[in-house]
Design a protein around this ligand. Structure first.
Ligand code: PMV
Length: 328
């Protein structure tokens, strides 16, 4: 068996706008998905994930007595997560030229699904890495990131940027603009995450921004304005100017709100963080529900979030300096 893990991420800047060619700056965090892949003697694919098991096309889901699902997510979301693994394994077969090989795949993830922390990217990166290593091939990080991106893109019908998968493969803070991805120098950021217990539908939210952009010119201007914030944010990151980073994150959140992708619980958590003295706070990822990211070196934001109605969980997240980790 080969086991790899890969980190989730927060968007410091640029989600949604990145879909239209603006840059984005995601940053990997030490919250990981771990995937074990073991070759089978037949050509079947069996996927085990906590309360979910998937064998061929049969999905069984439901908390067993005494071990209810940890996170409130719908069955369809979990099924979708398994769809990513299916395509990831196709890439493993393609890379190694072993078309008929079957696998047992075990997923353990601390990253809430569909909540803006890059859960699917982390699972895909770890699955491709462990799967190829199980067959004796170790991929270069660039190829791993490329294969992981192709996987997300196929599952999301072409509506995926390279941001999540590249960041999860490399770790650290990265800059993504179209096909151009690179790592950035970043200081140790005081990241706090707030999670509302829910999830947004990335496809629907991306489609919503697309139609808003077609109908209203303010929406395309907003996307461009987000691009300007990202460029300023990159420079602030390189200078290690946390105050300016926070201010720019606040602006970015306001613009995402104008694009209609925030929600009451995300806004409540953002305001709770700001009132607690965070340098800045914004939603991360597609929005609609899920997580916010705040910058606060003190414990105030985490404490305030834990009392904020609508916040299910709040935690400090270290920047993940390593991306994919080869465990076994
Ligand atoms: O919610 P996430 O982590 O899947 O992020 C989606 C980010 C978008 O910019 C909205 C879409 C994308 O693929 O970049």
């Amino acid at each position: 068996m080969a086991v790899s893990s890969a980190p989730g991420k927060v968007y410091l800047f640029g989600e949604h706008a990145v879909v239209y060619g603006e840059p984005a700056v995601p940053c990997a965090i030490e919250v990981r998905a771990q995937v074990g892949v073991e070759q089978r003697s037949d050509s079947k694919l069996r996927i085990h994930a906590e309360d979910l098991s998937l064998d061929g096309f049969t999905v069984e889901y439901g908390g067993t007595a005494g071990s209810p699902p940890d996170v409130d997510v719908s069955e369809s979301l979990l099924t979708a997560a398994m769809g990513y693994v299916d395509v990831a394994i196709e890439h493993v077969r393609d890379v190694t030229g072993e078309d008929d090989v079957g696998f047992d795949v075990t997923i353990e993830s601390d990253i809430p699904l569909g909540a803006g922390l890059g859960s699917s990217a982390a699972v895909v990166v770890a699955a491709i890495d462990a799967g190829t290593r199980e067959l004796g091939t170790t991929l270069e990080i660039d190829e791993l990131a490329e294969r992981a991106y192709q996987t997300e893109s196929a599952v999301q019908s072409g509506e995926a940027s390279r941001a999540d998968t590249f960041c999860s493969a490399t770790g650290g803070a990265v800059r993504v603009e179209g096909d151009d991805c690179r790592m950035l120098e970043a200081p140790d950021l005081p990241i706090v995450v707030g999670f509302d217990g829910g999830a947004g539908d990335t496809g629907q939210l991306v489609a919503g921004v697309r139609s808003l952009r077609e109908e209203y010119s303010f929406a395309s201007d907003t996307v461009e304005a987000i691009g300007d914030i990202v460029r300023k944010g990159e420079r602030a990151l390189e200078r290690g100017d946390i105050e300016e980073l926070g201010r720019l994150m606040n602006f970015n959140h306001g613009l995402l709100g104008a694009l209609g992708v925030s929600s009451r619980s995300l806004d409540s958590m953002v305001w709770a963080a700001r009132n607690a003295g965070a340098h800045g706070a914004k939603l991360t990822g597609a929005g609609g529900g899920g997580c916010i990211v705040a910058l606060d070196p003190s414990d105030e934001t985490e404490t305030a979030l834990s009392y904020t109605p609508g916040c299910r969980d709040a935690f400090r997240a270290e920047l993940a300096e390593t991306g994919v980790r080869r465990i076994e």
